[in-house]
Design a protein around this ligand. Structure first.
Ligand code: CTP
Length: 440
């Protein structure tokens, strides 16, 4: 079988092979190619030591020299080259105490996480599969190489890597791998937030079912785990809060902020659950609790400030209903932005799609209508933000307003203009501003 390798990666492996070293593409790139997907990164494993690699490739970075990894650049594209190795003892479930280089690929393969990630390839030998990776790929199985308990104890991130692969590939765990994963999941507590977040991002952005995440939810997100035992006894819902949240995050069509917002938008529900005399469940003000709890989770995950701020605002406003009218859309835009409104609608749509489909048609219709109104508003010359007003801060200051009054007055003018666009002339707005100033 011949895999299609991009020229830059082919050139890199050729340098190693032509210099007498053994070398294979390995890992996610081979796995994804065999599945018919286009890989992003090509990793190579080789008999050349890091020093030998560095002398063969003048353009290189010592990215993980302690683990035998050097990143080389070809046509400005990176290829990670790792020397064949056997990992020795791990004292902390994430760092091998020392790295011992291995003689050949067969030895190197034994230290890899999953069979589907341990398939080698080069154009001389074709596929080199020493652990049954191809069979597992065909059967849709995630199976550790060798002893799963040892593999997970060596590096507990592999537990979440396995969950992510099961989600993204829609694969099932082999029984022993699943048991070891469950037995060792507490070790995820030893893993840095940055590594957890990277796996979460990949899983969320794949748009695949997040069901496998349930198995480690109690360790990673106990707040979300509690949502799985929170039923929602009202006509809008057919899933418990946890299942609804996983589905909403899968269906959310947007960037990573929308995805995180969808995953945690209802996390405050268990805290505010009330049941009326008819036995119907209510979750008044849950979005405020969700925002607060998500804030803590996002800090724990060390989300970057931009994603965190946006996801929290999306959560806070996720139940806010906008009418599909120009006035209502302009008002929302005046307080936020076009980008935020689009994300808000993406979250609302995902939220509805994860509810009882019997009642979803009018809700989805309303979201579509708001989107249409938004396009009309953007295409028109109508004012909906301060910068669209026929006056600016300087004009208001010249009327004698104090610095602290300017924003207030401009916002009052904008509200009036959104109600009646005819008012958006300098003359009329100055007149109104004078009246506001005189009344204060
Ligand atoms: N690997 C491992 N244990 C880890 C991380 C990686 O055994 N904790 C091995 C796996 O064989 C993996 C390879 O190193 O396939 C390369 O790792 P990485 O580049 O992180 O992943 P990819 O293989 O590129 O796959 P993906 O993009 O799906 O993570």
């Amino acid at each position: 079988m011949k895999l299609s390798i991009p020229t830059y990666a082919e050139n890199v492996i050729n340098v190693l092979l032509n210099n007498g070293y053994s070398a294979y593409f390995v890992g996610g790139a081979v796995r994804d190619s065999l599945l018919g997907n286009t890989p992003l990164d090509w990793d190579v494993t080789t008999s050349a030591t890091p020093d030998q690699v560095m002398s063969l490739f003048p353009r290189h970075f010592e990215t993980g020299i302690k683990h035998g990894t050097v990143t080389v650049l070809w046509d400005n594209k990176p290829v990670e080259i790792t020397t064949f190795r056997v990992d020795s003892d791990y004292s902390d479930n994430r760092h091998p105490e020392q790295v011992v280089f291995a003689k050949n690929f067969a030895e190197d393969v034994k230290r890899r996480d999953f069979t589907v990630n341990a398939i080698g390839y080069n154009h001389n030998e074709g596929i080199v599969d020493l652990v049954g990776g191809q069979e597992d790929l065909k059967a849709g199985i995630i199976r550790c190489v060798g002893n799963p308990d040892t593999r997970f104890k060596e590096d507990a991130l592999r537990i979440l890597r396995g969950i992510r692969l099961a989600s993204v590939l829609d694969f099932q765990f082999e029984q022993n791998t699943k048991e070891a994963l469950i037995n060792n999941k507490h070790l995820l507590k030893n893993i840095s937030s940055e590594r957890i977040r990277a796996e979460m991002d990949k899983m969320l952005m794949s748009d695949r079912s997040l069901k496998p995440l349930y198995d480690v939810c109690d360790v990673l997100f106990p707040e979300l785990y509690a949502c799985f035992s929170c039923e929602q006894n009202n006509k809008h819902h057919i899933y418990d809060v946890g299942t609804h949240s996983l589905k909403a995050a899968q269906y959310a069509n947007g960037d990573i902020a929308v995805k995180y917002a969808a995953l945690f938008h209802d996390i405050g529900k268990p805290a505010v659950l009330s049941t009326d005399e008819e036995g119907v469940d209510h979750f008044y003000n849950h979005e405020l609790f969700s925002e607060e709890m998500a804030h803590e989770i996002f800090n724990r995950l060390k989300l970057d400030n931009k994603t965190k701020k946006e996801a929290l605002m999306l959560i806070k406003y996720h139940s806010r209903l906008i009418e599909p009218t120009e006035k209502s859309v302009k008002k929302f835009l005046s307080k936020t932005s076009e980008e935020f409104l689009r994300k808000h609608l993406a979250l609302r749509r995902a939220d509805v799609l994860a509810q009882n489909s019997q009642y979803s048609a009018p809700k989805l219709q309303q979201i579509n209508e708001i989107e249409e109104v938004l396009e009309n508003v953007l295409a028109s010359a109508d004012a909906f933000s301060l910068k669209d007003l026929a006056v600016n801060g300087k004009d208001i200051m010249e009327l004698g307003a104090k610095n602290s009054q300017i924003r207030f007055i401009l916002n009052r003018l904008l509200t009036a203009v959104i109600d009646n666009q005819q008012l958006n002339t300098k003359e009329k707005l100055i007149e109104m501003a004078k009246n506001i100033l005189n009344c204060r």
